[in-house]
Design a protein around this ligand. Structure first.
Ligand SMILES: Nc1nc2c(c(=O)[nH]1)N[C@H]1C(S)=C(S)[C@@H](COP(=O)(O)O)O[C@H]1N2
Ligand SMILES: [Mo]
Length: 404
């Protein structure tokens, strides 16, 4: 049983979010280098945010906190206190009164609902492991550079989510004939006339039985910064749809034409969301399913390794919306590939650990590459992609290492 009451007290900690001395603390912490091709990759780390420790500080307000790659090493589930954070607007919930909180279900429904947390906790529960990855994860690695948060690879995380099916909540309201989409929004507020953050899913997707309203993350309630008390989980899709601090579901009788669907978070319709650098006029579609990716977590780019010893390589992979079928490594620029050993299968939307020990190499410089093939047979390729928003990076990741 989740003890949501505990958060009422914990939520008070969140009040510290707004105080200046807390933000300033982070400046004393050690820094990390994200190795961004455009330079300026150094960022401080911070312990200054409630429920978070040793995070890469990308921005204080609204918070953008990145997970250091080392935090993924050997951990199929990303610890809550290392899980990345991204909010668009700085007016975010700093505490939530769990007794007064309600989830509204309105619009094209047979009966509008105002559900308490108690009512939601009493509904049948589902559990699912799924990767939450920002559309702009790895944006800082785009060349030529594009505007937006210059993330390294750590704007992602994997968790075991427990909650209720979105379908069950919508069934309780009764979807009216003619409803085409569900628009989700949360407790955060836009400044001035800016459009409230809201994202929509087609009815068929919302009713697929997998999209979930989660109240538990890795066995405990959601951290405030990750959307306490409720967030949407859209397995296999980029996290822009994973609306945090979810308090409103609106059934629409025509497709959402709001800013966050119509203007923002759109990708080129071209394969791999790839257009020529500088391209502007191209057809777009709302970003949607994730694609396979694989990463090194035991070594960083630029590492020096001792000669004469085998090298234990480890990392993580995700299959997008289809599970990880294979992870392979190359040290010769992709001429030959060698299968890595996969860790436990936690389901098609989860990270999967991989490992491979390579025999002691001769002294010299090597570029190691790792690629993932998902359950649908999609394999990563070397060719970089480019689009003006820096979304959906998917090329094979490489690390340069010296053996000395
Ligand atoms: N209410 C709300 N939900 C939101 C957002 C937001 O700004 N407000 N940002 C989205 C985006 S773009 C991302 S990447 C994820 C980040 O989830 P996390 O902070 O739990 O890692 O939240 C999504 N859900
Ligand atoms: Mo995002």
């Amino acid at each position: 049983m989740v003890d949501l009451d505990r958060r009422h007290a914990l939520g008070l900690l969140g009040a510290g979010l707004a105080s200046a001395p807390l933000w300033a603390q982070s400046l004393a912490a050690p820094s990390v280098d994200l190795h961004l091709p455009g330079g300026n990759g150094t960022r401080p780390t911070t312990d200054a945010f409630p429920g978070k420790k040793d995070m890469i500080l990308q921005r204080s307000r609204a918070p953008l906190l990145e997970t250091p790659m080392a935090a993924f090493d050997g951990e199929v589930f990303t610890p809550n206190d290392r899980f990345f954070v991204r909010w668009h607007y700085s007016d975010i919930p700093l505490s939530v009164d769990v007794h007064r909180f309600r989830l509204a279900v309105v619009g094209a429904v047979k009966r509008e609902l105002s559900l308490s947390l108690g009512e939601l906790l009493a509904m049948p529960r589902v559990e699912l492991a799924a990767v939450n990855q920002c559309s702009g994860n790895s944006r800082g690695l785009f060349a030529p550079r594009v505007p937006g948060a210059q993330w390294g690879n750590g704007a992602m995380g994997n968790a075991k989510w427990v909650g209720v099916r979105l379908k069950d909540v919508l069934d309780r309201a009764g979807v009216a004939p003619g409803a085409v989409q569900v628009r989700a929004s949360g407790l955060d507020q836009p400044p001035g006339d800016a459009p409230a953050f809201a994202k929509s899913l087609d009815i068929a997707h919302a009713m697929d039985g997998e999209v979930m309203i989660a109240f538990q993350m890795n066995g405990t309630q959601l951290p405030l910064l990750n959307g306490f008390p409720l967030r949407l989980i859209v397995p296999g899709w980029y996290s822009t749809y994973w609306v945090k601090a979810l308090d409103r579901l609106e059934l629409l009788d025509k497709p959402d034409s709001g800013y966050w669907m119509d203007k923002a978070y759109r990708i080129p319709t071209a394969p791999r969301a790839n257009v020529a650098p500088g391209a502007k006029d191209f057809p777009t579609t709302p970003i949607n399913r994730m694609v396979p990716r694989a990463f090194f977590t035991s070594i960083a780019d630029g590492a020096t390794l001792p000669a004469g010893a085998p090298i234990a390589l480890r990392g993580i992979a995700l299959g997008g919306d289809h599970g990880v079928k294979a992870v392979e490594l190359s040290s010769d620029g992709g001429r030959s590939w060698h299968a890595a050993t996969l860790g436990n299968d936690e389901g098609r939307y989860s990270f999967r650990l991989w490992r491979k020990t390579i025999a002691a190499p001769a002294r010299g410089h090597y570029t190691l590459a790792v690629r993932c093939t998902n359950g649908a047979g999609e394999t990563q390729v070397f060719d970089p992609i480019w689009n003006p928003s820096g979304f959906m990076r998917s090329p094979i990741e490489r690390v340069a290492v010296s053996v000395a």
